[in-house]
Every structure is written in C-alpha cells, then in structure tokens.
Design a protein around this ligand. Structure first.
Ligand code: SAM
Length: 281
C-alpha cells in the first residue's frame, strides 16, 4: 500500500498505549506485525512495564524480523494465529491485525476469550480494520487456509469502491497480489466487524457481556473489553469521545474518497503508459 495513505494500527498508538497503561497490561500479544510499526511502540511499553511482547506473524517484513531478533523483551512466532493462540498464557492484552476475515477474527476472539477465562485475566482486545473496506468484506492473504465452508467467493484483481457492494474488475481499492477480497460486501459471516458482532452476540447469549468501542478512523479501530475489569470505567472514559464519533466518520469517508480518486488517477496513468508502449512496439 502506498505511503500516500496512512494505514497502520500505529496511528492509534497514543490511544492504545493509554488504554494498556490504564489496564496495567504488561504481557501483550500482537497478531500481524508486518513492518513492526506498532510492535516498536508496544515493545517500548512492555520494556517500561517489565513485561513481554509476543508478535505472531507467519510472513513479516525482513526489517521486522531483524529488529525483533535483537529485542530480548520481544518474541516473534512465525505461525498462523489460530495454530498458536491456545498455547499462550498469562496475556493481559491482545492486538488483532492479521488476516482480516470473519473466520479468522471470530476464532481469534474465541481463543482469546478462552485464554482470559482460563487465566482469570479480564479480556482486553484491540482490533484493526473494523471499518471499510474489511469491516463487512472478507480479505484473505491465503484463501486456501480458510475452511471451504467459510471461504467466500473472492477475487485477487477486483477492487472495492464506496457504495458499491460488488468488486469492480481492475479498479478501486485492491490487494495488487498481496490479498484477495470477497466479491460481495455484507451478509452473514463476512468481514472483521461482523466477526466482532457475532462474537459479542454469542458471548451475550451465554451471559457474558463485553463493552465494545468503535473508532471510525484509519480503517476503524475496535476495542472489546470486560465490563467487570477494575479498569473498565477508566477505559470507557478514555474511549467514549472517539466512539462512533460523527466528525471522525466524516473525515474517514472523505479520506477514503480522496484515496480512491488517487488510485483511479494511477490506474489511468498506467493504462496510458501501456497504450504508448504498445503503440511503440
Ligand atoms: C495489515 S498487516 C499488520 C500491520 C501492523 N499491525 C501495523 O499496524 O503496522 C497484516 C499482517 O498479518 C500477517 N498475517 C496474515 N495472516 C495471519 C495470521 N493468520 N496470523 C498472524 N498474522 C497473519 C501478515 O503476514 C501481515 O504481515
């Protein structure tokens, strides 16, 4: 993704770190490190708190791997999250920013809840991409890893555009070979936000009620946390001004429309270059 568009979870780091401090979180798991933008902030936090950071990512950038190898407070597990989450113990807080699809995120939340109940630690999870484009549309780094019953019809080349539920061939916001998107937006078991909604509804049906805050900026940050945690009121006070904030929502929509326009201009320039190349050959 081009640097023209801010996209990292680290854009929320002031808020996330303030939340981790309020919750006294020392042992933190980050799912999806990529270049380590957020990992570096988290490592500084756990370093000061005397804790440890575990980053799960099967294919981070070499820069991240080299950085993590030199940090005693950081462990990198080059695994898929769902293979390993049940083995982790004593975790105070979780950041979820790996494979952005319903199956993965729903089961990550389920595993995190199992861990928090097993260990007696109140659940605290920050999730990226609860907004557009992956909030209501599955994104797959490797579709074959998702069981067929949960894998939606998908496309590597079609792009997402605002207000159009179907992917548009060769246009719009797309993975350029890095990931595929579900062809259709919306409907059951589709997207990160739907996974959160279904997790919360399932827990509530069994008598476990969690708080959820949604911050509509930079692809959307969700925060799920235990209502009965000693720090839950303080965390709610921190998040409330941002939760579903209408001005942030408006700014995000404007940012996305402008970015889609940039992609359209880049596509037009590429088509012109190809036409000139064809004419010259
Ligand atoms: C969007 S990037 C993470 C960005 C990073 N959190 C940030 O804010 O700068 C997603 C990362 O998740 C990793 N990933 C994909 N599937 C995963 C999985 N099942 N478990 C853990 N990580 C996964 C990818 O390799 C990629 O590096």
């Amino acid at each position: 993704m081009t640097d023209l568009l801010i996209h990292s979870m680290s854009e929320f780091s002031d808020l996330i770190l303030a939340g981790l401090t309020l919750a006294g979180a020392r042992h933190i798991v980050e799912i999806g490190a990529e270049h380590g933008g957020m990992s570096r902030r988290l490592a500084a936090h756990v370093g000061e708190a005397g804790g440890r950071l575990t980053c799960i990512d099967p294919a981070p950038s070499p820069t991240f791997s080299a950085w993590a190898a030199g940090r005693p407070e950081v462990t990198h597990l080059a695994r898929q999250s769902l293979e390993i989450l049940d083995d982790l113990t004593g975790i105070d807080a979780w950041l979820i920013d790996g494979d952005h699809n319903w199956y993965t995120v729903f089961h990550e939340l389920a595993a995190i809840e199992r861990a928090s109940r097993r260990d007696g630690t109140p659940l605290l999870a920050f999730l990226h991409d609860v907004g557009w484009p992956a909030g209501r549309r599955d994104q797959y780094y490797d579709p074959e890893r998702i069981p067929a019953a949960f894998r939606r019809p998908h496309d590597w080349d079609g792009g997402a555009t605002l207000g159009e539920p179907r992917l548009v061939p060769g246009r719009g916001f797309r993975g350029m070979g890095a990931f595929a998107f579900a062809v259709e937006e919306g409907g059951p078991r589709n997207g990160v936000r739907t996974a959160v909604d279904d997790f919360l509804a399932g827990a509530l049906a069994e008598g476990r009620d969690y708080a959820f805050a949604s911050i509509p900026a930079v692809f959307g940050l969700g925060v799920v946390f235990a209502l009965d945690a000693p720090w839950s009121r303080a965390l709610a006070d921190l998040l409330l001004p941002f939760h579903d904030n209408a001005l942030l929502r408006r700014l995000e929509e404007n940012r996305l429309r402008n970015y889609l326009r940039v992609i359209a201009l880049q596509d037009e320039a590429a088509a012109r270059r190809e036409a000139v190349g064809l004419a010259a050959s």
